[in-house]
Design a protein around this ligand. Structure first.
Ligand code: AMP
Length: 287
């Protein structure tokens, strides 16, 4: 029943259904998404399906995490198709609120996760992680899942959510899922469909560059600057416009000068009008 424009009754109905399941001892898993579902999302839903009794997929293109209006406007989804996708994977609920339902009034409460948000995408997309952390906190309050699933593709987002949950004592287990890739290594993303044929051909070089960096570390290189240069050399050719490529500590997501412990090599780069991100984790091999 949605007889209030703010959607509160709809939220209450879902809440009470989930409360019944929870009271009956069922484990509830949440997979937050922005729709346009693909094989990467499928991996998260499948993992949740394997771990939980009830799987909720949320589909919400969150306006407050977009730093550019044109990017938000270009983010179109086909809800009916996404709902079918979720059903085929055995999800039990799809929670797809509208923007006015989620934000009946402009938000005045935000979750800001300092530190892990400071570099990489946080530096180049002002307010992005504040928007992400805020909407995920709202989803956690609405759904109250036992477990929530996030992809390593967005490693900084994962770190932000892990930190938020720890800092705010949210009783939710965060489960990370490995990045799903196309056969040529390109991380699956809804943005890939916006690449031209030529750009799509070039796109695999991003992951290759990260793997070059990874190989350097595995060979024993410890200078992050040298690792960066080796990886960046692979993205010298136009059409690439590299926004950042950094070697960061895997838990703080802060750039390191020397590779001593587990790191991620993370990059964002533009091909034409499309911004791609990717990362690899390297647990340094002891020498
Ligand atoms: P999005 O719909 O892009 O906000 O992504 C929703 C969730 O799916 C996030 O936790 C992402 O990290 C995850 N995800 C997106 N692409 C992939 C991928 N290629 N492999 C694994 N997880 C992904």
């Amino acid at each position: 029943v949605n007889d209030r424009p703010d959607g509160l009754n709809r939220f209450a109905e879902l809440r009470s259904q989930l409360a019944q399941l929870r009271d009956g001892g069922q484990v509830i898993g949440l997979v937050p998404t922005m729709g346009a579902l693909h094989a990467g999302h499928a991996a998260l839903i499948e993992r949740a399906r394997a771990d939980c009794n009830a799987v909720v997929v949320s589909i919400f293109v969150n306006p407050i995490q977009f730093d550019r209006r044109d990017d938000y406007d270009a983010y179109t989804i086909d809800l009916a198709k996404d709902v079918e996708f979720c059903a085929a994977l055995g999800a039990d609920f799809v929670f797809a609120p509208s923007a006015p339902e989620m934000y009946p009034e402009p938000a005045s409460t935000f979750v800001e996760v300092a530190g892990v948000s400071a570099h990489l995408c946080g530096k180049f997309r002002p307010g992005h992680f504040r928007g992400v952390a805020t909407v995920v906190a709202k989803l956690f309050n609405i759904i109250a899942p036992h477990k929530a699933y996030f992809g390593e593709k967005d490693a900084q987002q994962l770190a932000v959510i892990e930190r938020m949950v720890a800092d705010l004592n949210m009783p939710i287990e965060i489960v990370s899922v490995l990045t799903v890739r196309e056969p040529d290594g390109l991380a699956v993303s809804s943005r890939n469909s916006r690449l031209t044929g030529e750009e799509r051909q070039a796109a695999a070089a991003l992951y290759q560059a990260l793997k070059i960096g990874e190989d350097c570390i595995r060979k024993g290189w410890t200078s992050a600057a040298q690792v960066r240069s080796a990886a960046l050399a692979h993205l010298q050719q136009p059409p690439w416009r590299v926004e950042y490529l950094e070697v960061v500590d895997a838990s703080s997501m802060t750039p390191v000068a020397q590779v001593a412990g587990p790191v991620r090599i993370a990059a964002a780069a533009w091909l034409g009008a499309v911004r791609l991100i990717d990362n690899v984790r390297v647990d340094k091999i002891q020498t």
